[in-house]
Design a protein around this ligand. Structure first.
Ligand SMILES: Nc1ncnc2c1ncn2[C@@H]1O[C@H](COP(=O)(O)OP(=O)(O)OP(=O)(O)O)[C@@H](O)[C@H]1O
Ligand SMILES: [Mg+2]
Length: 287
């Protein structure tokens, strides 16, 4: 209970801060309570899971699985209503500790799909807090949307369950003691690499059919569980119809995946030729 109460406080403060970033500073900010203890970043992130406990998606946080640059992912116990035991909660780090330096390539062309109003478009082009707050929210929404589209299409990605602020709740891979390892550390059996590689190529093609290039595809962003591979981590994915770098990103994705599977003993495709073939079939026959 204590954790939950503390968590609620952190959650509310976080949203006030984000709202302030969007609406601009308040004229007469109220004084901060002197006794309010400083929280660590980890406590702040954990706090974002409280509303999901209140809303009966989760009952408990089992443990953090991994603390990355962009987010911390937690293994959580699911509420019985979800019809599963465990879920993964990806909690994005707050605005001020994140960098959007590598963001420009991935954001380009995104506004064409969603048509935000002129104010939002101006903000997206700026380095102001207002612009950054919109980017933060758009980045998370884009990962959620991408998971929804690709999962519905039958791709090997986690099933998205819910998004709440900086949290994406999704299907968990692993068991209570062992989260699924990323593919990079896995020694595949002989004979396992070729069918898994073929499965990845099928997914890359399915992504393209549904207007997505992953754009950070590698054995780091693949989970290996029960002999199958699941592809994760989509906030930077781009739309090949609108993003001028999408073809190069597709080639880069294929080249990176090839590196892992060639070492594991699979016969690999030529990345540029394969990308061209997919592109001409699904994006633009004149390329
Ligand atoms: N659905 C899931 N089930 C089990 N583990 C997961 C799941 N999603 C993510 N993880 C774990 O959390 C890690 C980070 O997830 P993800 O790549 O989405 O976030 P990230 O912030 O981009 O991390 P990184 O900086 O390491 O790339 C993964 O490498 C994996 O270990
Ligand atoms: Mg990742």
């Amino acid at each position: 209970m204590r954790l939950q109460r503390e968590a609620e406080g952190g959650f509310i403060r976080y949203y006030k801060e984000t709202e302030r970033a969007i609406r601009g500073p308040r004229k007469n900010p109220p004084p901060k309570p002197a006794q309010e203890a400083e929280k660590t970043v980890e406590e702040e992130l954990l706090a974002h899971l409280a509303p999901l406990i209140e809303d009966h998606f989760l009952t408990d946080v089992v443990r953090p699985i991994k603390s990355g640059k962009e987010a911390v992912v937690y293994c959580c116990r699911a509420d019985a209503s979800l019809g599963r035991d465990l879920v993964a909660a990806k909690v994005y780090r707050p605005l001020e500790t994140r960098s959007f330096k590598r963001d420009a390539v991935y954001q380009q062309g995104r506004e064409r799909g969603s048509r935000p109003d002129a104010r939002v478009l101006r903000a997206l082009g700026k380095k102001t807090q207002h612009g950054q707050a919109h980017k933060f929210s758009a980045w998370i929404a884009h990962e959620m949307k991408t998971l929804e589209i690709l999962h519905a299409a039958g791709a090997d990605v986690p099933e998205p369950i819910e998004r709440n602020g900086p949290v994406i709740l999704m299907e968990y891979f692993g068991d209570i003691d062992n989260p699924a390892p990323v593919l990079l550390g896995v020694d595949l059996d002989p004979g396992e690499a070729a069918p898994l590689y073929a499965g990845i190529l099928r997914n890359v093609e399915l992504f393209l059919v549904h207007h997505r290039v992953h754009a950070d595809l590698s054995a780091y962003n693949m989970l290996y569980w029960n002999g199958a591979v699941t592809i994760i981590d989509f906030p930077q994915s781009v739309d090949p119809r609108y993003n001028d770098d999408a073809f190069d990103l597709l080639v880069r994705d294929l080249r990176t995946v090839n590196g892992f599977f060639a070492a594991a003993g699979a016969d690999i495709v030529d990345p540029t030729e394969h990308a061209l073939r997919l592109w001409r079939t699904h994006v633009d026959p004149r390329r």
